[in-house]
Design a binder for this molecule. Structure first.
Ligand code: GLA
Length: 388
């Protein structure tokens, strides 16, 4: 948890005028339980919001500029309102700038302000630190500058900010989970219609433990965008058999009959992952609802294997963490979460074995990769909000 007193001191050290109050907003990170790389294919996902995330301290100034700082990053910016539409290299401020760009397109014009961000989500770990920054910015500016934009539209515009301003072609899952998360629930979301259901996370004697590979996700954005276009190619090929808008319109049975329309083996594998992953989510949700946690864990395992073999977004670090975790007592499911290529795994573990898990997994992981893993026992929290 972030220390409010330190943050407040930090804010006044940076910006002065302790007599003028700031407001504090918070947006969580997220962990996805199952349904990976399905969102931009109009499929199903099953994420939850975490209780750690990004805090934003913000104060209106009435000046014609916005100042951006973060306790996590060295880069600071002081940008006139007339230049907010310019991208700042590859810096983190592109996330808030992208959001401001989208808010302006909706007729909300943020005036002068001072921002201080502070996050406790590990960066680049695949727990959605970027969606968290986007949503906390959108929510705070909407509140400060009387935007009256409903949260669902803040979610959509945050995704657009990332697609258009940052250049990462992400789907809607992260922003949705960060915006709509509820305590101790997972969100069963149809990414085509945006219909969703909150499913209570009844884990009985089991706990969700997130393990961070601490492998920086270097080429993630380009590889991610490449997977998206491979899925688009699959849709084109399959449309020779049946007109479809996206891969998720096909059931696994239909796909098995139609896969011959895809001449390229790799494209066929990508489609197979997406369609089989949708099928797994549709089986995992009722499994959780009816307390069949062993089945839920088995589907998590199958999800990882499909991401490794067919979608090829795992890599040696994620695969080692998963393989070694599955050997340990009490572990009934282990898979990568998020975009992949590094980042985190999520593990379903009997509570009596959590402590030994943390210890036992580190040894073989370090031996095989030379990296030190970090762990977080996931606490499922609320979506974006003001902290009063
Ligand atoms: C990233 C993206 C999401 C989603 C996942 C993979 O987190 O931001 O939209 O595609 O990868 O499931």
């Amino acid at each position: 948890m972030i220390n409010r007193k330190n943050l407040s001191e930090n804010f006044f050290n940076l910006y002065g005028k302790p007599e003028e109050k700031f407001r504090i907003f918070f947006a969580p990170g997220r962990v996805n339980l199952i349904g990976e790389h399905t969102d931009y294919n109009g499929g199903y996902v099953f994420p939850c919001a975490l209780n750690f995330g990004t805090y934003l301290l913000i104060r209106k100034t009435g000046e014609n500029r916005i100042r951006f700082s973060s306790t996590n990053m060295e880069f600071k910016a002081d940008i006139p309102l007339s230049e907010l539409q310019k991208k700042q290299g590859e810096e983190w401020v592109n996330y808030p700038l992208g959001v401001i760009d989208q808010l302006r397109k909706k007729g909300v014009n943020p005036g002068g302000a001072e921002f201080l961000y502070s996050g406790d989500i590990p960066n680049g770990a695949g727990l959605s630190s970027s969606a968290s920054i986007e949503l906390v910015t959108a929510f705070a500016l909407n509140a400060l500058f009387s935007g009256n934009i409903p949260v669902i539209d803040l979610i959509k515009l945050s995704q657009k900010a990332e697609n258009e301003f940052v250049g990462m072609n992400c789907g809607i899952m992260d922003q949705f989970a960060v915006g709509m998360g509820q305590k101790d629930s997972a969100l069963f979301l149809n990414c085509d219609t945006l219909d969703y259901e909150l499913v209570p996370l009844k884990l009985k004697n089991y706990r969700l433990v997130i393990a961070n590979t601490n492998k920086r996700r270097g080429l993630t954005d380009s590889k991610y965008n490449e997977r998206r276009s491979e899925c688009e190619s699959a849709v084109k090929y399959l449309s020779k058999g049946k007109q479809i808008r996206n891969l998720s319109e096909l059931s696994l049975e239909e796909f098995k009959e139609m896969e011959i329309f895809i001449p390229d083996k790799v494209i066929r594998q990508r489609a197979m992952h997406v369609i089989s992953e949708n099928d797994r989510v549709l089986r995992a949700v009722p499994a959780l609802k009816s307390g069949k946690l062993e089945l839920f864990g088995k589907l998590m395992n199958e999800s990882h294997d499909s991401l490794r073999n067919d979608y090829e977004v795992t890599g040696p670090e994620l695969d080692t963490l998963v393989e070694e975790a599955r050997k340990l007592p009490g572990v009934i499911g282990s898979r990568m979460t998020g975009a992949g290529f590094g980042g985190c795994t999520v593990n379903l573990i009997h509570k009596d074995h959590v402590e030994s898990f943390l210890y036992e997994l580190s040894k073989p992981y370090y031996k095989k990769t030379g990296l030190k893993a970090d762990y977080y026992v996931a606490d499922i929290g609320e979506g974006v909000r003001e902290i009063l």
